[in-house]
Design a protein around this ligand. Structure first.
Ligand code: ZN
Length: 280
């Protein structure tokens, strides 16, 4: 099968916000996250987008927790790692980047603008931070996954591309349905997709009840997809997911039903033009 027939399934197993009260299967410790990522890799995920938690279960950008978790994952599988740079709204700019310098993951999130967050706080990504983050990623061989919560963020990305801070081909993740950003509608996804450069790759996710509609729409439009408890803890109405792997298994089935196949990690490396491609 051609690479154009392959769909990258990213799993985002933890996020910064859900708790075990929302879903007891949520992985939060380094060992739980590593075990969960391995199960998702076995189920068909090619990329893992990771957030860490501290001992109290709160979102953390502590680089030691990232290092411990990444080491546990690397012992067991070759999944592409995508580390968050936005796992704690109170972290300093330096703390948001420190793990990238030491771990050099193949991908990391790049939230391309500031916004009101969930009607209760600020998600700050000011120009000085975005310039510094892009420079750090370029220096350490980390490809930005440009997270788009609102249309203006696409235009920010085009600006940083023009300034040569973001390098082509760009890779976008459309995050729809976060309060403060654009709603998880098919119309919004089509609009955003129309704004990005033609040589870009893109993926999309809907938060909560937008999860399935955006997954179906992304597949219909030729995009890649993200699943996992960072975005949605329910498998169906009123029924919590039994595991992140359960979401991945469903995504694989949907991908195959439209006549495509899920990408392996090495195929994802080729599709996303990652520098560390192994074995190809
Ligand atoms: Zn995230």
């Amino acid at each position: 099968m051609e690479l154009s027939e392959k769909v990258i399934i990213t799993v985002a197993p933890t996020g910064a916000w859900p708790s075990k009260k929302d879903n007891p299967a949520l992985p939060v410790t380094p060992q739980e996250i590593a075990d969960d990522v391995y199960a998702c890799r076995q189920a068909g995920a090619a990329v893992a987008h990771l957030h860490m938690r501290d001992a109290q279960g709160n979102g953390s950008m502590n680089k030691e927790i990232f290092k411990e978790t990444v080491a546990l994952i690397r012992k067991r599988c070759d999944i592409v790692l995508n580390l968050t740079t936005s796992g704690d709204l109170n972290a300093t700019d330096e703390t948001r980047m420190a793990h990238l310098i030491e771990i050099r993951p193949e991908l990391a999130s790049y939230d391309c603008g500031s916004m009101n967050w969930m009607h209760n706080s600020l998600f700050l990504n000011p120009p000085a931070f975005l310039a510094a983050l892009a420079a750090t990623m370029n220096e350490h061989g980390v490809k930005p996954e440009i997270e788009i919560f609102d249309a203006g963020m696409v235009y920010n990305a085009l600006y940083y591309q023009k300034k040569d801070l973001l390098k082509s081909p760009l890779h976008f993740q459309f995050v729809l349905g976060a309060a403060g950003g654009m709603a998880a509608t098919v119309e919004n996804l089509i609009f955003l997709k129309g704004l990005i450069p033609e040589d870009s790759t893109w993926s999309a996710l809907g938060i909560g009840k937008g999860h399935l509609p955006i997954m179906y729409a992304a597949l219909a439009l030729g995009g890649h997809i993200r699943v996992g408890m960072e975005d949605n803890v329910f498998y169906g109405k009123g029924r919590p997911a039994s595991s992140n792997a359960e979401f991945v298994e469903r995504a694989v089935r949907l991908v195959r039903e439209i006549g495509k196949d899920n990408a392996t990690p090495d195929e994802a490396r080729l599709i996303l033009s990652l520098g560390n491609c192994k074995g190809v």
